[in-house]
Design a protein around this ligand. Structure first.
Ligand SMILES: [Zn+2]
Length: 280
């Protein structure tokens, strides 16, 4: 089983899961359909299905165009708002595409119909893969747009956290550097965060993706999977894991706002009077 990582839009990923023997392929969140079809054609693949993690346009907007271009294509997802949905899936449902198996994992919170997909191949020694959309990122997790900290806690610890530890994590966005900068703030003493951040910066310099990571690695540096760690509890001032997660997400949202405000300030700097109060 081969997973092709395709960078699209500003910082999104779409993926092709390829069964190498039959050259059949499944796409995950193919939001730039013509680019996907070019690759499918160039590599002599046949596209049989789309797995959609959630209905946001930067994940699902390619479905309808692909349905028009590829006869018989199936579009799977867990939310009626997903464009072009042909087959709605439920938690733990398993799909089979020749030797490739997919287990649908319902992970509501970022959106109320979010699905992750756990994928493995029969009689293959390759590690399995999980496509986590906007639920779990490398070094971070998705915003709680339509759900609660309780739901995200369940998603991260029970649903994703209990998968085999060597599972490769393919997420929906390249947010790794931003996430690890926040992780540094949470756990400044964590050597793994430092190592991972300098590795991610080197990848960025070479214009290379940081996906995939593995679950076992995520547990070492991703603060959203380290809710029982002393440093993370100290940072949030909480001890109950759900409360730690809730507080951590709130801090991350603030961190993001500061990051955006600083960026806007730099853009507008020339137009601002020096040290004008609006900028700080
Ligand atoms: Zn999203």
């Amino acid at each position: 089983m081969k997973v092709k990582v395709i960078s699209i839009l500003e910082d999104n990923y779409m993926y092709l899961v390829i069964e190498e023997q039959s050259k059949q392929a499944i796409a995950v969140d193919p939001a730039v359909p013509h680019r996907l079809l070019e690759i499918v054609k160039r590599e002599g693949l046949s596209l049989t299905a789309i797995l959609t993690t959630h209905h946001h346009w930067d994940h699902a907007r390619g479905n309808e165009a692909l349905l028009k271009e590829v006869p018989g294509l199936k579009v799977y997802g867990g939310d009626d708002r997903i464009g072009g949905l042909t087959d709605k899936v439920t938690n733990s449902q398993e799909l089979k595409f020749n030797s490739i198996n997919v287990r649908c994992l319902f992970t509501p919170c970022h959106t109320s119909g979010h699905m992750c997909y756990f994928v493995w191949e029969d009689e293959c020694t390759d590690a399995p893969a999980v496509f986590t959309g906007d639920t779990l990122f490398i070094g971070g997790c998705g915003r709680f747009l339509e759900g609660t900290a309780e739901q995200m806690y369940h998603n991260l610890t029970q649903v994703l956290g209990s998968l085999p530890q060597d599972t490769k994590v393919f997420c929906g966005h390249e947010y790794t550097i931003k996430n690890l900068k926040f992780a540094m703030l949470v756990e400044p003493e964590n050597e793994k965060v430092k190592e991972m951040l300098s590795w991610a910066r080197a990848r960025d310099d070479d214009d290379k993706p940081t996906v995939p990571s593995t679950l076992i690695e995520e547990f070492e540096y991703n603060p959203f999977l380290r809710l029982s760690e002393e440093g993370v509890q100290k940072f949030t001032g909480k001890t109950d894991p759900v409360e730690v997660l809730r507080a951590l997400r709130k801090e991350k949202d603030k961190f993001k706002k500061v990051f955006v405000a600083l960026t806007l300030h730099l853009i507008n700097f020339r137009r601002c009077p020096p040290l004008h109060v609006c900028c700080f």
